[in-house]
Design a protein around this ligand. Structure first.
Ligand code: FES
Length: 106
């Protein structure tokens, strides 16, 4: 299974194996990673799965949908590397991806 590295705001790294087809948000929630809430269950309707993705990985992701872009308006501390974890589907191409979790959601 692809490995996702969740890096929390305090610098702690959690390397987790996540099944292909699972979202980055689901991988965090299912493994008890603090820092991603996923309140809407992945419906792109809450923005509590806000993450930052380093440039080298950002280029490998599908572009943001209009819905994801508009939901990010509700997240705190959004930057050019911001994404919603529920909108990123894990695949073998993302093996080893590092995602940075914000200090808090909203
Ligand atoms: Fe709600 Fe991602 S889990 S927008």
């Amino acid at each position: 299974m692809p490995r996702i590295i969740y890096k929390t705001y305090d610098g702690t790294r959690h390397e987790i194996e996540v099944a292909e087809g699972t979202s980055v948000m689901e991988g965090a929630v299912q493994n008890g990673i603090q820092g991603i809430d996923g309140d809407c269950g992945g419906a792109c309707a809450c923005a509590t799965c806000h993450i930052q993705v380093p440039d080298q990985w950002l280029a490998m992701l599908e572009p943001q949908s209009d819905m994801e872009l508009s939901m990010l308006d509700f997240a705190e501390g959004v930057g050019s590397n911001s994404r919603l974890g529920c909108q990123i589907s894990v695949s073998s191409a993302l093996d080893g991806i590092e995602v940075l979790l914000p200090e808090n959601q909203h």
